[in-house]
Design a binder for this molecule. Structure first.
Ligand SMILES: O=C(CO)[C@@H](O)[C@H](O)COP(=O)(O)O
Length: 236
């Protein structure tokens, strides 16, 4: 069994707690049905991340049954939970952590409205201030990619590198979000579904009005750097 320093053991335990607990937020915000979504978190200070076991009910998730992986997506043998198969999207999450060092959390859902946009392969245009605040522009579409290997990871990294958005609509599949940590990525997933719904409804009523780029830039800067109690700035 791999030996970790006491500091890394503490960081692993905290990440297990966070990742297990944050899956309940996917349920609370109605972003998932059955077991169709996953959260992972990078272990601070180590080339490791924690992800849920595949196809296990959210009610049955606990810190002890989360799965510890290296950044190639290999399960760390002998650690709690290691005997179960990790999430089907483990290779995708691992690819993101390897290629986007600023990312500390990854989330995937099939939330209804965002996935409906993904099924059409259409980016969500930035026509409400909440989108400018959170995503700094449109939510882009990533390529269609097969599930189970790192193809999805390639699509996420390709699409989000150099993009302000922390969410990507993977064509015909669903939403993947990134964040500074797992909670931040969950927030992006919640916000992505909310704006996907609002912009969809707006489209039913007529043509949404565009927001000038200068206003989008200003809204994004304020929200990332001024809003709230302890703004920490954009992801990149
Ligand atoms: O999109 C897919 C498979 O279609 C997966 O993301 C599942 O929705 C969640 O899988 P596990 O994390 O439970 O393996």
């Amino acid at each position: 069994m791999t030996a970790f320093t006491p500091e890394i053991q503490v960081a692993i335990a905290r990440t297990r707690d966070d990742v297990a607990r944050l899956h309940a937020e996917l349920v609370r915000y109605e972003l998932v049905v059955w077991t169709g979504g996953n959260v992972s978190g990078r272990v601070p200070g180590a080339d490791l991340f924690v992800i849920k076991p595949s196809g296990v009910s959210y009610d049955d998730l606990s810190p002890e049954n989360q799965i510890l992986c290296d950044l190639d997506g290999n399960v760390i043998e002998g650690t709690p939970g290691w005997e179960r198969s990790p999430s089907s999207d483990t290779a995708a999450h691992a690819y993101v952590y390897r290629n986007m060092p600023e990312v500390g959390g990854v989330v995937h859902t099939h939330s209804t409205y965002a996935t409906a946009w993904a099924a059409r392969g259409e980016a969500i245009p930035c026509v409400i201030t909440a989108m400018a605040d959170e995503f700094g522009g449109e939510i882009p579409v990533g390529p269609f990619a097969i599930i189970g290997d790192d193809s999805i990871g390639h699509g996420i990294v390709e699409t989000l590198t150099g993009h302000r958005s922390r969410a990507v609509l993977m064509q015909n599949h669903g939403v993947f979000t990134i964040g500074k940590n797992a909670k931040d990525a969950v927030k992006a997933a919640v916000m992505a579904e909310d704006v996907a719904k609002t912009v969809h409804i707006s489209r039913q009523l007529g043509a949404p009005l565009p927001i000038p780029q200068t206003a989008i830039d200003s809204l994004y800067d304020r929200y990332q750097n001024v809003y709230g109690q302890d703004p920490t700035g954009a992801l990149k």
